[in-house]
Design a protein around this ligand. Structure first.
Ligand SMILES: Cc1ncc(COP(=O)(O)O)c(C=O)c1O
Length: 459
């Protein structure tokens, strides 16, 4: 039996019936524990640990279980459903490929892929000229790692060093996991790549009187002490656009200084935009908050609106470094995924979702500031941009992380019809579909306030 953080026993909870939420049975609803038990039997336990909710359907900003309970979704399947769950335009685009019919064509050409890549590059804008499509986010960061190293070799670097940031996250395959710095999750690797270097993240609560630049200088000085020469030993910087668990962005001067170093030493700058991209943070891509031009971006999640598609987008001379056949993937060309990706971009444009994300983000953050003022003994300043936020909980009157408090708030919110991203840490992440109506944001924030008050009163 998997270790269960949340009880699967049905709880009698107060009924809810609003325009945005319905709770009319025990939560979890009857039948949930049985399905989860079947998954325990058949699936690696590593997949388990979420709130005990079995999704039956999802439409726009709502998730439904089999009993017809309805949640306001503040997860977007971890920033996948930016254009809304089961988006009708996306569904028709998928249906059109099924009707054609053309599901798969390996690396042979197909017209929808050509149309999609043209649209994707136009959406990404300058300086991006070519893309390489994949399926999972972790493959995209792996491909960026390969491209940065191939570029380093092409310009005569002695080593293919990659600098990345402590506690950033880039995926679970070998290279991506080595770029990430979650030590516990890396122990299976055994021998780590000596040319992947991690420097400290400039957390706002650690910078104090230091600037982002001071922290960068310190990190780079430590590398210099180890004999690492930026000019000859470093091929790339890989930055997660913001640190996922806490929606923590870097200070702008930190990223701009990295960009200057990259320019000076012929080093490539890549952003991992997996969570940040496709209008999530009030811009087309999150890196635009830093006002720098990267060489590569790694994209996925919201890119397919629920269909698995990911990719690397970059300058032509970098994207064309691998020879014919040296960088391809069975599903790269998948017409169904490309049709979905195209529909996502059309929806972002026709529904003005970049601006909507920015505008609704202001509404969300105004509500979060009110909650921080109401629970100053429990909450720290919320972080994020656009419709992407993290809230932080501390032990009463301290700045000591309280992960258990956050888990309880998430569980209680589920019982009240609000689904949020449970991180297992002191943070909860909020990221509704960008199509959510304003009054559903306000209702969700009222529910969040109720939950914090009740968990606080019980503590
Ligand atoms: C920043 C970041 N990079 C990479 C990944 C890996 O993506 P995937 O799970 O699609 O392989 C994730 C997934 O959560 C992510 O958040």
């Amino acid at each position: 039996m998997a270790h269960q953080l949340f009880s699967r026993d049905p709880q009698q909870v107060a009924p809810v019936d609003t325009a945005h939420r319905t709770i009319k049975t025990t939560i979890p609803c009857p039948g949930t524990a049985e399905i989860l038990a079947r998954l325990d039997e058949t699936e690696s336990r590593s997949m388990h640990g979420q709130l005990p909710l079995v999704w039956d359907s999802a439409i726009n900003y709502n998730v439904f279980d089999a009993a017809g309970n309805k949640w306001i979704d503040f997860t977007s399947c971890i920033f996948v459903a930016n254009v809304g769950h089961s988006n009708p335009h996306l569904s028709s685009a998928i249906a059109a490929t099924l009707d054609k019919p053309l599901y798969s064509c390996y690396a042979y050409g197909n017209e929808v892929r050509a149309r999609y890549l043209e649209k994707l590059l136009a959406f990404a804008g300058k300086p991006f000229e070519k893309a390489f499509l994949l399926s999972a986010g972790t493959e995209a960061t792996e491909a960026a790692l390969k491209l940065m190293r191939m570029h380093g070799q092409s310009v005569g670097k002695k080593r293919g060093g990659i600098i990345t940031i402590q506690n950033n996250w880039h995926g679970r395959t070998l290279g991506a996991q080595m770029l990430s710095s979650n030590v516990g999750q890396k122990s299976w690797i055994g021998t780590l790549d000596p040319d992947i270097h991690h420097i400290p993240f400039p957390y706002p609560w650690e910078t104090n009187d230091k600037t982002g630049l001071d922290i960068l200088d310190k990190g780079l000085a430590e590398l210099a002490d180890k004999g690492i020469d930026l000019a000859t030993d470093i091929a790339g910087f890989m930055l997660e656009t913001f640190q996922g668990w806490g929606a923590v962005f870097y200070p702008k001067d930190y990223v701009q200084a990295i960009k200057a170093i990259c320019d000076k030493h012929n080093i490539l700058l890549a952003f991992d935009e997996m969570q940040a991209g496709f209008a999530r943070c009030g811009k087309a891509f999150g890196y635009q908050h830093y006002e720098v031009e990267p060489d590569l971006i790694c994209v996925g999640k919201g890119m397919g609106g629920g269909v698995p598609i990911s990719g690397v987008i970059g300058r032509k001379h970098i994207m064309d470094l691998p020879d014919i056949g040296n960088m391809s993937s069975t599903h790269s060309a998948n017409p169904l995924c490309c049709a979905a990706g195209l529909a996502v971009l059309e929806e972002i444009e026709s529904k003005n979702l970049i601006e909507e994300s920015r505008r609704k983000g202001e509404l969300l953050f105004a509500e979060l500031r009110k909650l921080e003022a109401r629970f100053p003994h429990r909450m720290g300043p919320s972080l994020g941009h656009g419709l992407l936020a993290a809230i932080f909980f501390y032990k009463p009157g301290t700045r000591e992380a309280d992960g258990a408090f956050g888990s309880k708030v998430c569980e209680l919110a589920m019982q009240k019809g609000l689904l949020m991203v449970h991180t297992g840490r002191e943070s909860i992440k909020l990221g509704p579909p960008l199509t959510i109506p304003d009054d559903a944001i306000l209702e969700a924030m009222a529910v969040l306030g109720e939950c914090i008050a009740e968990v606080d009163a019980d503590a």
